[in-house]
Design a protein around this ligand. Sequence first.
Ligand code: ZN
Length: 483
Amino acid sequence: MPDYEAVIGLEVHVQLKTRSKIFCGCPTTFGAEPNTSVCPVCLGLPGSLPVLNETALRYSILTGIMLGSTISSFSKFDRKNYFYPDLPKNYQISQYDLPLCVGGELEIEFEGKRKRIGITRVHLEEDAGKLVHAEVEGEDSGVDFNRTGVPLLEIVSEPEISSPEEAFAYLKGLKLTLQYLGVSDCDMEKGSLRCDANVSVRPRGEKLLGVKVEVKNMNSFRAVQKALAYEIERQNRAIAEGQRIVQETRLWEAESEMTHPMRSKEEAHDYRYFPEPDLVPVMVDHALQEVLRASLPEAPLKRRDRLVAQYALPEYDVEVLTSERELADYFEACVTAGAEPKAASNLIMGEMLRLLKERALTLEGCKITPKHIVEILALVSSGAITGTTGKEVFAEMFETGKRPGEIVHSGGLAQISDQAELDRLADEVIAKNTKSVEDYRSGKAKAIGFLVGQVMKATKGKANPQMVNEILKKKLEKDSSKR
Ligand SMILES: [Zn+2]
């Protein structure tokens, strides 16, 4: 049996983060009471006319520029005709032969290697409604039209993905890119990112593509990966058994972890596409493209590379810091304000992310400014406060937004580096802990750790640990020579 390879192409639909729908003024709020965000336009009532949302258009062009696509100077909308209960007009306004963006690529990282996956096209269309099926017997099923007309961007990749793991990396990279652009929140749970996969197999080295199967109904990136692995295995097995692969659409079932046939794949002519007569064609001039290009953020992988080179940070740190654009912005703002990069990175990845996660907060609502970070790092590195106190100050700063210096001052948290004070405390601890003192003198060097700990405890962690260590050592050795 020849060695077979998989060929995968992904079709990703993302809801654009606009306030209103693509062709009317209805809000796009997720989770609103069913059928409350609707109007004659998105319900497709006779006589109503669509008007294109400019922000949706800008977001789409922005995405195209980011992916290196050619932005069409002339594109148009088309009607894609099909009947479905959640599609009130019985057609969807989409783009057929003249999409907004053509070509492009997305650089992904997979098992430590970089690869560019070609983009076929990016086009704009409207979302459909949602069928809500009865969960209890006797209850009615219904249709919610709130989602009807939410702007949807379809991003189609070239069939250049060669494994389920690579598909996962592509989705991760695409999601991060769209989040950096701020055009979609890409939340698969809320359905703002959906993915269909086209997969076929062919003998390794063969140029022609095998018969492709479309797989739908995956609700997480992991599900896409699993569904592809299952489907590749199924096709390989079928070929080995001498069966023919049928071009069809199959549904992924999460419970059984299998794909099942849904329908034979429809062809473009089944949809009877024709130009949407109620919308004017879209003409994007050079000037608009330039304005949008100037507002492009740095691509996530480019930013990672730059952060490693510019701040000499470990790969791990940079991966965490660039996992959200806001986090990377925050880190760089701290460095610009004067923070030492590695120290700032440690504090952000450690205390900051821990507290944000604990309170289920985002950076947006965080009270700690980059200036606060610079100040607290300076307090710790100069020895004005101990590392332990630093964590305490950080927690209070997180709650109140007060300056670290103010917290240290009002809480009497400054590090105790006063020789006389530490001498007195060391004497007390030596007097109270004769067992550890004897242990140390009989050669158990580790026993000093306990004694240092006792002084730290007595000062609530404020004593300068290095000084305490030295003072105790001197005292213990001096006393023993006296005997
Ligand atoms: Zn509407």
